[in-house]
Design a binder for this molecule. Structure first.
Ligand code: NAD
Ligand code: WQD
Length: 344
């Protein structure tokens, strides 16, 4: 199948490319490298021993998208491209609405022009907002609490409307919980440009000596040990969910939102302990005040993914930490930035 992958050079995109290539799909990656390195795609080619088309372009540029889709004529699109930092979205909401919402509208219009009717979209559990009940199932009310989350909820609505108006269209909105970990090779992984916002990359940078200590944001939540609990999902399992979603979209029409998580919660302290076991030394941490906007607990109901996608997570927190550590210790500063290293 021919699959057009926006944002394919990023963290989740690169892991998914590897599985798409292994399954024999023909790919075109469309990315503006605003939060990714071209080296990541070079490494995907090396690891897979396969090649694919690559277009440097911005989803806000409707003309560039139309040309790329018309040239490639895909059977399906996986849409990862987007900005994802919650804090930045509070400071620059218009940038987020333009990039994530306008960019997605452009993409659907270009798909229409190219006659492509299948899309898998990177949504987020953040669309649920404050939990009315747990675990979050897909019928939980949608009430995001920040601009980033609102862009995801809006794009879900746009895609649902597009699906209704487009004969035989099929859309899967994958609501990721907390993606972590890396490919088993240690050659690709998460490479935050600035100070990591998320727990696992921060822990990884403390473990490798790039940062002094972890701030644990609150130990007075109503959880097993007082620290926040989340549903961490291994990025390799998450990548597999995209292939399952593509297969599902070939046999179904309409629009479905589907959680992608393990259904298990892990606290901050539990994750740090697992990382210490993976890296073999203590991780310096202290208890800091709660982070504004955080909730105590978030984890997924997974029945819908199992029923519709025939997919479930296989990897556990030890796999997540071990693979993250392999990536971080082999690439302490992330992907190389010097141009001469780009083709390695
Ligand atoms: P990432 O930043 O590593 O990947 C996003 C990719 O999109 C990057 O390669 C970036 O260069 C590209 N991109 C951004 N804006 C673009 C634009 N205007 N035109 C073309 N390319 C553009 O992030 P990720 O963690 O791989 O996330 C992928 C998707 O999954 C995002 O949409 C994100 O919102 C969503 N998501 C991520 C998480 C998470 O915690 N990582 C959780 C839920 C949902
Ligand atoms: C996890 C836990 C923190 C950092 C965010 C986005 C969400 C989604 C995934 C994209 C919490 C604690 C964290 C640190 C800490 N992204 N923590 N010290 O907040 O669940 O979700 O990323 O869609 O939209 O909101 O993930 O990794 O930031 O936090 O103690 O330095 O770790 O308080 O309990 P979160 P996270």
């Amino acid at each position: 199948m021919k699959v057009f992958v926006t944002g394919g050079a990023g963290y989740i995109g690169t892991h998914t490319l590897l599985q798409l290539l292994a399954a024999g799909h023909e790919l075109c990656v469309f990315d503006n490298f605003s939060n990714a390195s071209p080296v990541a795609l070079t490494r995907v080619r090396q690891l897979s021993n396969r090649d694919f088309a690559q277009v440097e372009g911005d989803i806000r540029d409707a003309g560039a998208l139309h040309r790329a889709l018309a040239d490639f004529a895909p059977d399906a699109v996986i849409h990862f491209a987007g900005l994802k930092a919650v804090g930045e979205s509070n400071e620059k909401p218009l940038l987020y609405y333009e990039n994530n919402v306008t960019g997605s509208v452009n993409l659907l219009a270009a798909m229409d022009a190219a006659g492509c009717r299948r899309i898998v979209f990177s949504s987020s559990a953040t669309v649920y907002g404050e939990a009315q009940y747990l675990p979050f199932d897909e019928d939980h009310p949608i009430a995001p609490t920040n601009p980033y989350g609102r862009t995801k909820a809006m794009v879900e609505g746009v895609i649902a409307d597009w699906t209704k108006a487009t004969p035989n269209a099929s859309a899967v909105l994958l609501r990721y919980f907390n993606p972590v970990g890396a490919h088993e090779s240690g050659r690709i992984g998460e490479d935050p440009r600035d100070i990591p916002n998320n727990l696992m990359p921060f822990v990884a940078q403390v473990a490798v000596g790039r940062r002094e200590k972890l701030s644990i944001f609150g130990d007075d939540y109503d959880t097993r040990d007082g620290t926040g609990e989340r549903d961490y999902i291994h990025v390799v399992d998450l990548a597999a969910a995209h292939l399952a979603a593509l297969a599902y979209s070939a046999r179904a029409t309409g629009c479905e939102a589907i959680n992608v998580g393990t259904g298990q919660s892990i606290t901050v302290k539990e994750l740090v302990a697992a990382y210490e076991a993976a890296c073999g030394h203590a991780i310096s941490a202290y208890i800091a005040p709660r982070r504004s906007g955080d909730v105590a607990s978030s984890y997924a109901a997974t029945a819908k993914a199992e029923q519709l996608l025939k997919w479930r997570a296989e990897l556990n927190v030890n796999d997540m930490c071990a693979s993250s550590w392999l990536w971080q210790s082999d690439n302490p500063n992330g992907y190389p930035i010097d141009v001469s290293a780009r083709r390695r």
